[in-house]
Design a protein around this ligand. Structure first.
Ligand SMILES: *[C@@H]1O[C@H](CO)[C@@H](O)[C@H](O)[C@H]1NC(C)=O
Ligand SMILES: *[C@@H]1O[C@H](CO)[C@@H](O)[C@H](O)[C@H]1NC(C)=O
Ligand SMILES: *[C@@H]1O[C@H](CO)[C@@H](O)[C@H](O)[C@H]1NC(C)=O
Ligand SMILES: *[C@@H]1O[C@H](CO)[C@@H](O)[C@H](O)[C@H]1NC(C)=O
Ligand SMILES: *[C@@H]1O[C@H](CO)[C@@H](O)[C@H](O)[C@H]1NC(C)=O
Ligand SMILES: *[C@@H]1O[C@H](CO)[C@@H](O)[C@H](O)[C@H]1NC(C)=O
Ligand SMILES: *[C@@H]1O[C@H](CO)[C@@H](O)[C@H](O)[C@H]1NC(C)=O
Ligand SMILES: *[C@@H]1O[C@H](CO)[C@@H](O)[C@H](O)[C@H]1NC(C)=O
Ligand SMILES: *[C@@H]1O[C@H](CO)[C@@H](O)[C@H](O)[C@H]1NC(C)=O
Ligand SMILES: *[C@@H]1O[C@H](CO)[C@@H](O)[C@H](O)[C@H]1NC(C)=O
Ligand SMILES: *[C@@H]1O[C@H](CO)[C@@H](O)[C@H](O)[C@H]1NC(C)=O
Length: 591
């Protein structure tokens, strides 16, 4: 992502241009690329147990959305599931365009059997991101894939062009379906220890045949000796923080969610749920054997079963002389070094002299000298009981998604769908379910303190924005901690971890009008209500600082009468009949 300065400059341009072009997301002069995706079930057995997973074009991970800054993109999504679907674009900012964000607060879901076309421009972003289905825990069944936003040829990257690009998706995995997992959460249960860690949708290499049953297919990444590859690694799991490492290889960190970092070598890095990083890895070993690629759980209990779930893939040189064998490379042992992971996270800083999507230095926006105009202190706690249900909260509010998307309700002047009364500071009020929204001021400079009162690592993601991660420390945040903020080179990203019993402070320049999802990236916590929307309104901005609603917008909830039925082709896919039955039901419900 460009530094906010560039963003601010772009905003001016965009506002001027908006008078002419906001109504159409396809800005003049930029080409439009079309993608057609079918989202449906596929039966595979990544951990040796046959299960229905969600695939895009019959692939898991799905196809790469390989695009370049400023392109206009159209993605036609055919929903062949038996459930409503929305795809969201993690880390893509959807400038002035929350209509395309693909979360329940801004979009009505695509009914089963229907298709819907997302249309957006990749405005001033570069880097490694991913898409995934945002509703009802569907990501626990897959449906994810890479988004690579390439730099324009005129903007250099701060490293030699790598010899290849390798996407790596790591994540905890259950052999239960997302429907069963939902039921467990509805029944107030924990999901428990996952059944495995997948790498690119595949189970572990049999590094120990007492732990890995026979017949499991693992991922093999083939490489050429001497070459340097860009590994784009994403944690798309349900709720487990993972440590990522490649045996005998240095991983040079170059990018975190669209920001070029100060380059440094890691032998391993903690990647929390929803986070993305790029590493340059040089194939500088002698290929006496293949090498292990490992993703192992972090911050878990000492239950021995955690030891049995480790993701293992194989790095294979073209001149490899044999199989990988022996013990896996060690992960961190922080028994004696409690702040290992936090110190590692704090060492990730922005390279302030390199450009990103634009040639401007990333550090040209002097965020450290801007006055904060608003502060939210958002605290999550252990699960709380609300009306007898076990729920997750932020500031004692467990989000209850209204049937009508918030942004649609506003556009149609519907009151009572939600309230902008989300408490900006934690207090000890009785926990409750509510459709409450945080009210933020357009053009303000917002400070958010995430205070994690749980015993587990938390990750938060904000749609529509990147933010500066200026501080994290153990204990309770107090205003005097601002003195410890990184005011010069904080990393600028969209997903941050908050360690247990600790706080993380972020700064956000509120330059993107819309209603934006702020969520726990941990699917179980998210599903149980740990999310909120941040409303950044410009009352005079519709069709000026905000795009108008797209022609193809879907309607639901209180606005369902506005929805026209979709005549969809009876596809020859086997799931189409089930989908048809479902869509008839949905049609009956919706229309
Ligand atoms: C992605 O696009 C870039 C630039 O257009 C191209 O060089 C690269 O080969 C593409 N990668 C994939 C995986 O398609
Ligand atoms: C999507 O739906 C439209 C009708 O709204 C139809 O014309 C089109 O063929 C459909 N596309 C696909 C891929 O099914
Ligand atoms: C920062 O970016 C500059 C400019 O692209 C590059 O020359 C330099 O090597 C980078 N520094 C580090 C430590 O990554
Ligand atoms: C980082 O690792 C690469 C590849 O192993 C190596 O060439 C380089 O010297 C290392 N850099 C530092 C600063 O250690
Ligand atoms: C290859 O590297 C390994 C580990 O660094 C070393 O133990 C081994 O002796 C080397 N083999 C050859 C043939 O150089
Ligand atoms: C920030 O606030 C201080 C005092 O509160 C004021 O002196 C300064 O001018 C403000 N800076 C900006 C850029 O508004
Ligand atoms: C909502 O209210 C605004 C301002 O009063 C009005 O211009 C607009 O037409 C209304 N929209 C609808 C859908 O009624
Ligand atoms: C505490 O938060 C609740 C909303 O959860 C709010 O209604 C109440 O006014 C707040 N109390 C104080 C003292 O701020
Ligand atoms: C929300 O914030 C805006 C901008 O600061 C303000 O005009 C509006 O009155 C606020 N609305 C509520 C309900 O607090
Ligand atoms: C949670 O908050 C309580 C009350 O402030 C405090 O005593 C406790 O140490 C906190 N626990 C964690 C893990 O932060
Ligand atoms: C948006 O602005 C354009 C250009 O001024 C205008 O032609 C169009 O009618 C406007 N659309 C709406 C819905 O206001």
């Amino acid at each position: 992502m460009a530094a906010a300065a560039a963003v601010a400059a772009v905003m001016v341009v965009a506002v001027v241009a908006a008078a002419a072009s906001a109504a159409s997301p396809a800005a003049a002069g930029e080409s439009t690329r079309e993608f057609r995706w079918e989202v449906g079930y596929m039966t595979v057995a990544p951990l040796g147990v046959s299960q229905k997973v969600i695939a895009v074009n019959n692939q898991l991970p799905g196809p790469v959305l390989n695009v370049t800054t400023n392109w206009n993109v159209r993605v036609n999504v055919q929903n062949n599931l038996d459930e409503p679907l929305l795809l969201t674009w993690d880390g893509i900012q959807m400038r002035m365009n929350s209509w395309q964000d693909g979360v329940a607060g801004t979009n009505c879901p695509i009914p089963p059997g229907w298709n819907w076309t997302y249309q957006f421009q990749l405005k001033d972003q570069i880097g490694s991101f991913f898409y995934f289905p945002s509703l009802g825990l569907q990501r626990a069944a897959g449906g994810y894939g890479p988004i690579t936003v390439n730099n324009r040829a005129v903007v250099p990257v701060p490293f030699a062009q790598p010899d290849g690009d390798i996407d790596v998706f790591i994540g905890d995995w259950y052999t239960k379906s997302h429907v069963e997992l939902r039921k467990m959460l509805d029944d107030g249960k924990d999901l428990g220890i996952p059944d495995g860690i997948l790498i690119n949708g595949k189970g572990p290499y049999s590094y120990d045949n007492s732990l890995v049953p026979e017949g499991i297919q693992h991922e093999t990444i083939g490489v050429e000796p001497g070459k340097t590859y860009r590994f784009r690694v994403h944690n798309v799991g349900t709720s487990t923080s993972l440590n990522f490492r490649i045996q005998n290889h240095n991983m040079r960190l170059v990018e975190a969610e669209g920001t070029y970092t100060l380059q440094q070598n890691f032998t391993n890095l903690d990647i929390h749920v929803g986070q993305s990083y790029s590493f340059l890895v040089t194939m500088d070993q002698n290929a006496s054997t293949d090498y292990y690629i490992v993703a192992s759980p972090r911050f878990v209990t000492d239950d021995h079963r955690w030891h049995d779930v480790t993701g293992v893939a194989i790095l294979q040189y073209s001149n490899s002389k044999g199989k990988a064998s022996g013990p896996l490379p060690d992960g961190p042992n922080d028994f004696y070094y409690k702040s290992y992971s936090m110190d590692q996270a704090k060492s990730i800083q922005m390279n302030t002299t390199s450009g990103a999507a634009r040639p401007n230095p990333q550090g040209s926006f002097k965020y450290g000298s801007i006055n904060i105009t608003q502060t939210f202190i958002l605290k999550n706690e252990l699960p709380l009981r609300i009306n007898g249900k076990r729920r997750r909260t932020i500031n004692r509010i467990s989000y209850s998604p209204p049937e009508t998307p918030l942004r649609l309700a506003d556009l149609h002047n519907l009151t009572g769908v939600y309230k902008t009364d989300f408490p900006t500071i934690f207090n000890n009020s009785t926990p409750k379910m509510a459709s409450s929204v945080l009210n933020a001021s357009y053009k303000g400079f917002l400070e958010i303190i995430f205070q994690n009162n749980d015993t587990d690592v938390q990750t938060y993601h904000l749609d529509g924005y990147s933010f500066f991660v200026v501080g994290m420390e153990y204990g309770e945040w107090t205003p005097d901690r601002r003195i410890s903020y990184n005011k010069w080179a904080a990393v600028f990203r969209s997903t941050t971890q908050v360690f247990p019993g600790a706080w993380t402070a972020i700064l956000v320049s509120l330059d993107n009008v819309g209603i934006w999802n702020l969520r726990s990236e941990k699917l179980d916590n998210w599903y149980n209500g740990q999310e909120v929307y941040v409303k950044v309104a410009d009352p005079l901005g519709y069709n000026i600082t905000e795009m108008i609603i797209p022609d193809n917008a879907l309607y639901c909830g209180l606005l369902k009468n506005l929805q026209k039925p979709q005549i969809h082709q009876t596809s020859d896919k086997s799931s189409a009949h089930a989908a048809d039955r479902w869509s008839m039901r949905i049609l009956a419900m919706v229309c």
